[in-house]
Design a protein. Structure first.
Length: 272
């Protein structure tokens, strides 16, 4: 039902018969599957996006060819499940490769994981760039204490270094800027202004050589969050795929905006 409602919503959007269309029918249908979103309270747009992508994938994967099933697990990013190919995976699914090196014997193992959204940390407490967030995400980590690996060569648990690389770049890559964090027992919002390019986003520094040819992206949408944790407001910038014009979507208010207005300090989700 939710996928049918989503199809109707997309059709109404592109028919152009109305100044705006409401996603209310789609939200109602989705709420039967995910009751959290049927409540009239603020929810997280990132969590909502993951549920929408998962619901569309689950309903449409029956059209996948046989033999495409593969195991997908989740670490720093992505949807954790056993999945089949669907239009969702064809558009949004990429792959990360993790090189895990034992710091005792230097033996290295490799592990591949699929992702649909990359959740990026915000490294600076003031102004920073999307490239700063990417560098922080892809920097080498050290696994110690409770996070140690069991090294098959050493036969014991050991500290390890982990480095991730994009081995398959998706057609559409989604970045989730981690603006909400715990500080002690309190949750707070990071209001940093994060600069992001509208075109020529180069992911080659974080990609394997085989992925370089597909590693440059242009921005197509931004989900914004203004306000505080419990009484904020979500709006969006979206680029028309035919005219290349940018529009601001604020409930029933849809307005054309110049390219210079697309950069905002309230960006929460970026679609390239």
């Amino acid at each position: 039902k939710s996928v049918t409602a989503f199809g109707c919503l997309i059709s109404r959007m592109w028919l152009g018969d109305f100044d705006y269309v409401s996603p209310e029918d789609f939200l109602t249908a989705l709420g039967t599957q995910y009751p959290t979103f049927s409540k009239n309270t603020q929810q997280d747009a990132h969590e909502f996006l993951m549920c929408v992508l998962n619901e569309l994938h689950e309903a449409l994967k029956v059209r996948a060819q046989l033999g495409c099933k593969r195991c997908v697990t989740d670490a720093k990013a992505g949807r954790g499940s056993v999945s089949e190919t669907s239009v969702i995976t064809e558009l949004f699914e990429g792959q990360l490769s993790y090189d895990i090196t034992c710091l005792q014997c230097k033996a290295t193992t490799n592990r591949a994981e699929s992702f649909t959204v990359l959740s990026l940390p915000i490294p600076s407490k003031s102004m920073c760039s999307l490239q700063n967030c990417l560098k922080c995400f892809f920097q080498q980590d050290t696994l110690t204490q409770n996070n140690q690996i069991h090294c098959s060569c050493c036969g014991t648990k050991q500290d390890a270094a982990v480095k991730s690389t994009i081995t398959k770049a998706p057609k559409i890559i989604i970045f989730h800027l981690k603006r909400f964090e715990w500080q002690g027992k309190c949750r707070r919002k990071l209001s940093n202004n994060i600069c992001y390019p509208l075109s020529k986003l180069d992911l080659s520094p974080y990609s394997s050589p085989l992925s370089w040819k597909n590693a440059e992206y242009s921005l197509c949408a931004v989900v914004k969050h203004s306000g505080l944790l419990d009484d904020g407001h979500y709006t969006a910038f979206c680029k028309h795929s035919v005219t290349q014009d940018w529009y601001n979507f604020d409930d029933a208010d849809v307005t054309k905006i110049p390219n210079s207005s697309v950069q905002t300090d309230t960006a929460y989700l970026l679609f390239y």
